[in-house]
Write a protein of this length. Structure first.
Lengths: 223, 199
């Protein structure tokens, strides 16, 4: 943050900081709600995968075994607890700057855990890494976008390594390896998503300043 | 239902940060939890709230019911459905959770006199279910934490007797009895805080 001559932030900087904190606060709430909706929706799909669905026009055969279903249920409950923690923090006015890093880190950790138990990098659930990066955008923090992007890439690389060398004792696993070009494309897409969102965040300040300047110039002019 | 109170526009009767307008939760905070501005004197927090600050920094409008509770309710229902094959007893838990939610929904609907929209009644039911599930979870956690500690202490005490008239019966009574106190207290406090007084 820029400072004036005596080391104290200027009024404009201070106002910008306050506005940013309110937007961060609101963004955390929206991100938490969307996270909860996402957990709910994906768990619903998991239930259908477990029990099957036949609506005539839409048929989904059961493809998930009991062990994975129980593990996914427990991880879903854990994810719901993360959401509850964020909700309680917001309601109680506990809102340190690192709360968003904690919640995003939990998202990345839980997603990577589920993917490790599922089909690894072959699972269609890997697209949730993109959703986590997009959620970070709601908090208007460039550092959070970097963190989410780096975390998503690290999580994906972990999955690739696990698919190649890892195993869980007593856990039946199919071949999860992917062709190299597929891996490179996915990692590049994750990185570019973070870069594009970061550019959007960088332009927000300029947008606000331009808007304020135009308002100031037009004040007192003809309607 | 209680909304997300800190995101509402400040009320005049409550202490607020004079710099950002955030509601303050303690009587004499050292600094604001939102903008981190230091509030050195009590006069800072008692300062007259400037209504213009809300427009200047555009504090979000109150959105009433917190939709997160609705999603929590749906998720609780889904988890119960997901576990019902493995543990059919969870349907009893679901029945216990759903009863107060249903009562609240029916009472609120009848109090409204007019025909409430089915979507709002469903939303109210799920939000109540979410609150009951969370309160139940917290109460059970408080109960087991206390119960476990008292039980462990009781077993240690009995082990000191080293076989002379060892009696484990009282441990069950003491640990369950002790667990009920914090469990009940947590349930009471959370219901008081979260459960809406009006439909």
């Amino acid at each position: 943050m820029a400072s004036n001559a005596i080391g104290k932030p200027s009024t404009a900087e201070r106002e910008w900081y306050i506005v940013g904190r309110w937007e961060e606060f609101e963004g955390e709430g929206r991100a938490n709600l969307l996270r909860l909706i996402g957990v709910c929706a994906f768990y619903g799909v998991e239930l259908i995968n477990c029990y099957g669905l036949n609506l005539g026009f839409l048929q989904m055969a059961p493809v998930v075994d009991r062990a994975f279903h129980l593990a996914a249920t427990m991880l879903t409950v854990a994810w719901a607890m993360v959401c509850l923690g964020v909700l309680v923090c917001r309601r109680q006015g506990i809102f340190p700057f690192w709360l968003k890093f904690i919640s995003t880190g939990c998202d990345l950790l839980l997603l990577t855990t589920i993917l490790t138990l599922a089909d690894g990098p072959r699972s269609p659930l890997v697209v949730v890494y993109f959703l986590i990066i997009l959620l970070a955008c709601l908090r208007f923090s460039l550092r959070l976008i970097w963190f989410a992007t780096a975390g998503a890439v690290a999580g994906y690389l972990f999955l690739l390594g696990f698919a190649r060398w890892g195993s869980i004792p007593g856990w039946e696993m199919s071949d999860m390896t992917l062709p190299r070009y597929y891996q490179v494309i996915f990692v590049l897409a994750l990185g570019l998503t973070g870069i594009i969102l970061g550019q959007g965040i960088r332009r927000v300040r300029r947008l606000a300043e331009s808007y304020a300047n135009r308002l100031k110039e037009n004040r007192g002019g003809p309607p | 239902m209680s909304g997300d109170k800190v995101s509402e526009r400040p009320l005049r009767g409550k202490p607020h940060c004079p710099y950002c307008g955030a509601e303050l939760f303690s009587a004499n905070p050292l600094k604001c939890w939102l903008c981190h501005e230091s509030l050195t004197s009590a006069a800072d927090t008692q300062a007259a709230y400037d209504p213009g600050i809300a427009d200047r920094i555009r504090l979000p409008e109150s959105r009433g019911d917190n939709p997160a509770w609705v999603v929590f309710g749906i998720l609780a229902l889904l988890v119960c459905l997901g576990l019902m094959v493995e543990a059919p007893g969870i349907l009893i838990v679901l029945l216990i959770l759903a009863t107060p939610a249903l009562i609240r929904t029916v009472m609120a609907s009848s109090r409204a006199q007019t025909q409430a929209a089915p979507a709002s009644a469903l939303g109210m039911f799920f939000s109540s279910l979410g609150i009951v599930a969370i309160v139940g979870l917290a109460s059970v956690a408080a109960f087991y934490a206390t119960c476990w500690v008292v039980c462990l202490g009781g077993l240690a005490l009995e082990n000191l007797k080293s076989g002379r008239g060892v009696n484990y019966d009282w441990i069950m009574v003491a640990s369950v009895g002790a667990g009920l106190i914090p469990g009940g207290a947590v349930a009471f406090l959370l219901f008081r805080r979260l459960w809406p007084r009006r439909g």
